[in-house]
Design a protein around this ligand. Structure first.
Ligand code: SAM
Length: 261
């Protein structure tokens, strides 16, 4: 199955006209829809982002694919940082955060305009599952191509069969976002299928990016001290048992280490 032109248009349209526009809270509408923005979650989100930043703390130019309007703060260590996205609104937002210290490029993740082995570090968070499965494989192959031997890529993905998600369905917790959204394509596949395509070029480890999903925390995590204790307990499990907790994670991440030459 190849991605239809309508899918491409829908993803771009969603982010240009909705996702990277500010909502009533002053935050991006993407965050209002897909993130539990209550203060009780702040520490959990900070620790999650820190884990990714630590994985990408090494040397070499940094590429953020589908960077969005609020790109992750990763220390560039004086190296080039390139932010790439299909949506111009995303790049405008990214520039407001990172300024002239980074470069910005409007392009498709499946056709990266860089020579092989350009980057030491690549981040691609919450992008692939909006693409049709064959384009996800193409994008992963591109990530591996532009990565230097020994370089690291972090690919944040989604799994629909996460155990907490099944529990949420059984408990009939509402899995829809809190607002009515314009159409946004989703094509999640079993991440083992994605990993298989890179097996001969890279070592891939699966860790938890986030066990918790907003539809669960909004319903089950109270504000205040009790809620903070609950989510910091989950974060501690993710810190100490990253591989094991990936099985529970609504959002796993693939840590791709390209084989040295
Ligand atoms: C869910 S947002 C994620 C943003 C950011 N990475 C984050 O984690 O907050 C997905 C982003 O990927 C971009 N995107 C989707 N398909 C793309 C493609 N084929 N090539 C480049 N960017 C794409 C969208 O425009 C959007 O900004």
């Amino acid at each position: 199955m190849t991605q239809t032109r309508e899918d491409d248009v829908a993803v771009r349209q969603f982010y240009e006209t909705y996702g990277w526009q500010r909502g009533s809270s002053g935050q991006y509408q993407d965050a209002e829809a897909f993130v539990d923005l209550r203060p009780v979650m702040d520490g959990y989100h900070r620790r999650r982002d820190q884990r990714v930043a630590e994985l990408l703390a090494g040397a070499g130019p940094l590429l953020d694919l589908g960077c969005g309007g609020a790109p992750l703060q990763v220390e560039a260590n004086g190296d080039l940082r390139v932010n790439l996205d299909l949506a111009a609104a995303a790049l405008r937002g990214a520039r407001q955060t990172l300024g002239d210290a980074a470069s910005y490029l409007q392009a498709d993740i499946c056709r990266l305009p860089f020579p092989a082995a350009t980057f030491g570090r690549v981040l691609c968070a919450h992008v692939l599952y909006h693409l049709a499965p064959d384009r996800q494989l193409l994008a992963l192959a591109e990530i591996c191509r532009v990565l230097r031997p020994g370089g690291v890529a972090v690919v944040v993905y989604i799994q629909t069969f996460a155990r907490l998600q099944s529990l949420a369905r059984r408990l009939r917790l509402d899995s829809r976002p809190v607002v009515d959204l314009p159409a946004l394509p989703y094509h999640p596949v079993d991440h083992r299928r994605l990993r298989a395509g890179l097996r001969d070029r890279a070592r891939i480890e699966v860790r938890s990016w986030s066990i918790l999903a907003p539809e669960i925390t909004r319903t089950l995590v109270p504000g205040g001290r009790t809620g903070r204790a609950m989510v910091s307990g989950v974060a501690a499990v993710e810190d100490r048992l990253p591989g094991w907790s990936a099985r529970l994670a609504r959002y796993p991440m693939l840590v791709v280490r390209k084989n040295p030459d």
